[in-house]
Design a protein. Structure first.
Length: 110
């Protein structure tokens, strides 16, 4: 039973959600793992870059790089990106109590 429990603990269990961007279409996002959140905490300093990193890691379909996320930030409304980043934060457990973490709820710093 111990090995079964260990296997369940080590299996990735990140939630996914489809977000509809009005006038564009549906995108699929996922939650960030604890390890990914910790890496983001280490590399975050600039809220704009942090948002780019969150998008790059959390977007599943289409997959977007940090560079592409920066281009999206320049071309889209804040609300469009906020709904995607907010969903990633929620799936990651960062939306509620984000102040307890060094990773801010990014919908606030767009």
């Amino acid at each position: 039973m111990s090995e079964d429990l260990k296997a369940r603990l080590l299996k990735q269990r990140l939630g996914e959600k489809t977000i509809t961007i009005e006038g564009v279409g549906d995108v699929l996002v996922r939650g960030l793992s604890r390890g990914e959140v910790l890496l983001l905490q280490k590399s975050s300093g600039n809220p704009t870059q942090l948002e780019q990193k969150i998008i790059a890691v959390g977007m599943v379909d289409p997959k977007i790089s940090e560079k592409e996320a920066a281009l999206w930030q320049k071309s889209a409304s804040s609300g469009e990106i906020d709904q995607v980043v907010d969903a990633i934060n929620q799936l990651s457990g960062l939306a509620q109590g984000a102040q307890k973490s060094d990773v801010p709820a990014t919908g606030e710093e767009s």
